[in-house]
Ligand binder design. Sequence first.
Ligand SMILES: NC(=O)c1ccc[n+]([C@@H]2O[C@H](COP(=O)([O-])OP(=O)(O)OC[C@H]3O[C@@H](n4cnc5c(N)ncnc54)[C@H](OP(=O)(O)O)[C@@H]3O)[C@@H](O)[C@H]2O)c1
Length: 289
Amino acid sequence: MGVLSALVRLLLSPPACRDSQRLAAAIEGKTVVITGASYGIGEATALLLASCGAEVLLLARSAERLEEVAGEIRAAGGKASVYRLDLADPQAIGAVAAQMEAQHPRIHTIISNAGHSIRRPVLHSAEKDDLGRLLAVNFSGPATLLLALLPRMVAQGGGVVVSVSSASALPPGIPRWAAYQGSKAGFDVWLGSLGNELRGRGVRVASVYLPLVRTRMIAPTRAYRFAPALTPLEAAQSVVYPLIQPVRRVAPWWLAGQQIASLLFPNVLDRALSGMEQVERRLSRRREK
Ligand SMILES: NC(=O)c1ccc[n+]([C@@H]2O[C@H](COP(=O)([O-])OP(=O)(O)OC[C@H]3O[C@@H](n4cnc5c(N)ncnc54)[C@H](OP(=O)(O)O)[C@@H]3O)[C@@H](O)[C@H]2O)c1
């Protein structure tokens, strides 16, 4: 079972950097900002980069968790600083960016990883303001942080921005994920535009389209309980791939097939997905009886 699930994960995985010497050669002595470093993929990415010699600046709301991650890094001889930040609070973002810049003369890399997901029927979603909340955490907050840090990065000759995106940020639209898909896709397109504008000024951007990863984010979704999923370390090895290879996009091989299929046969995919939604609605009505 263990071997089989490792094989399935390997088949699902995007390209990854599993060679720590190669990673160290690319990032040793560099300063890397990582948002959402308190849990899951961000935490695993911070530990991986710090173990290869990067100085990591850890951002999230849970300051105590960040201190634990930083403590683990320092105990192993690495360098880490903690910045408490709620990306949904636009006023706080500028202040934290200024504080990081004052304390770290050069930021080489930004890993925009923090994010939140909500799976909810769209007609229930409006009263909870799911779209507003997810746009703040997955789009406008990360964008505001980048806009605060980029002017100095450009003035200093450039750097790398990696966005931790999702295979579901690309079509087709999946029922019950409208706010998540919309906010992740919006940030992705915004970053692509910014990347093409700033490429000539030394800034390189990359999007990492992850498949399912076993973190607390997917824990509430019953349908994912037994689905194949990467571990946070496996995901982190894909997140750092653009730091060893100058790629614009890191994606599992099957995502290109999904994109081609959604261009060539949009009706087939849309009908299949809406059929699955109808089955799920029937099942949940039956459970409620
Ligand atoms: N898990 C998956 O299957 C999967 C698949 C594809 C893409 N992704 C993407 O991977 C990224 C990381 O997700 P994960 O699976 O590692 O989830 P996770 O374990 O829930 O971690 C999410 C991180 O984002 C931070 N965060 C959430 N809201 C924030 C806010 N308002 N301000 C600042 N930080 C905030 C959290 O820290 P605090 O709670 O301490 O603030 C936490 O560190 C997300 O962008 C997600 O969209 C995940």
